[in-house]
Design a protein around this ligand. Structure first.
Ligand SMILES: NC(=O)c1ccc[n+]([C@@H]2O[C@H](COP(=O)([O-])OP(=O)(O)OC[C@H]3O[C@@H](n4cnc5c(N)ncnc54)[C@H](OP(=O)(O)O)[C@@H]3O)[C@@H](O)[C@H]2O)c1
Length: 248
């Protein structure tokens, strides 16, 4: 199989559910080695066990992306165990949306910590290895909300705009190192993401929206495969996709 995926070592944050989990499955099926990070170690271990059982190579490490030392440990352990890191997918994220007037300052902080700083810590952990290798691919997860804003989405949307800005700045800086950068912005995809909404009225609305519109998580995984499987000289910088029926 010469799909430019087989044999690659891919670190995925937020791999315990949703987009990260689906991506780990598809990449493993296509011959990649996956290093899985998230806080729920039981879910990571069960996924790694399933992938190994099916003939893949996988490892799981408990990782809270708000702690730079834990993200570094995830990446360094993958490099020690598998010899290199070809791709990092900075995917961990939360979406506790609410109107600003409800003053959920703790949730604003949390979104900034996980969605922005978590991505930066992933870049910090992977970049030195990739610079040394003169090869690598950094994939960051933004959102349709990284392109548009709406009521209740101000802070989440700001974090996802930040991810796009960071990705573009990174892209320009890493060209001398032969490192590719991709930002992927999904619309509604069926995952546990709406569970992070704590305001009951908004949680109900979002659950209904997801039930009506969301598409399966392997849609995202296929976008990752598309970007990764291009020849190394081709850098897919940005992918925006939605359910066909989603107007927003
Ligand atoms: N689903 C969508 O419609 C959609 C649309 C646009 C963008 N996105 C983005 O896609 C990404 C993945 O979300 P998802 O939809 O797959 O939702 P999900 O099913 O809730 O998955 C989120 C993942 O992030 C992990 N996570 C949360 N906080 C973390 C932390 N502090 N440290 C490490 N991992 C953490 C969770 O694992 P633990 O709880 O085990 O740590 C989980 O694995 C997010 O960045 C999200 O903003 C999703």
């Amino acid at each position: 199989m010469n799909n430019n995926i087989e044999g690659k070592v891919v670190v995925i944050t937020g791999a315990s559910s949703g987009l990260g989990e689906a991506t780990a499955r598809l990449l493993s099926e296509q011959g990649a080695t996956v290093a899985l990070g998230a806080r729920r170690l039981d879910r990571l271990q069960s996924l790694a066990g399933e992938l190994s059982h099916n003939g893949g190579k996988a490892m799981a490490i408990v990782t809270d992306v708000t702690h730079p030392d834990q993200v570094k440990q995830l990446v360094d352990t993958a490099v020690q165990k598998f010899g290199r890191i070809d791709v990092i997918i900075n995917n961990a994220g939360i979406m506790p949306v609410s109107p600003l007037e409800r003053l959920k300052l703790d949730e604003w902080d949390r979104m900034i910590d996980v969605n922005i700083k978590g991505v930066l810590y992933g870049i910090a952990a992977a970049l030195p290895h990739m610079q040394q290798q003169k090869a690598g691919h950094i994939i960051n997860v933004s959102s349709v909300a990284g392109h548009k804003v709406g009521p209740t989405f101000a802070v989440y949307s700001a974090t996802k705009h930040a991810v796009r800005v960071i990705s573009e700045g990174l892209r320009m800086e890493v060209t001398p190192y032969n490192i590719r950068t991709t930002v992927i912005s999904p619309g509604a995809v069926a995952t546990e993401l709406p569970n992070s909404i704590t305001e009951p009225d908004l949680a109900t609305n979002m659950q209904q929206f997801y039930e009506e519109f969301a598409i399966p998580a392997d849609s995202f995984a296929r976008m990752v495969v598309f970007a990764m499987s291009q020849p190394e000289e081709v850098d897919v910088n940005e992918i925006l996709f939605r359910p066909t029926r989603q107007e927003y």
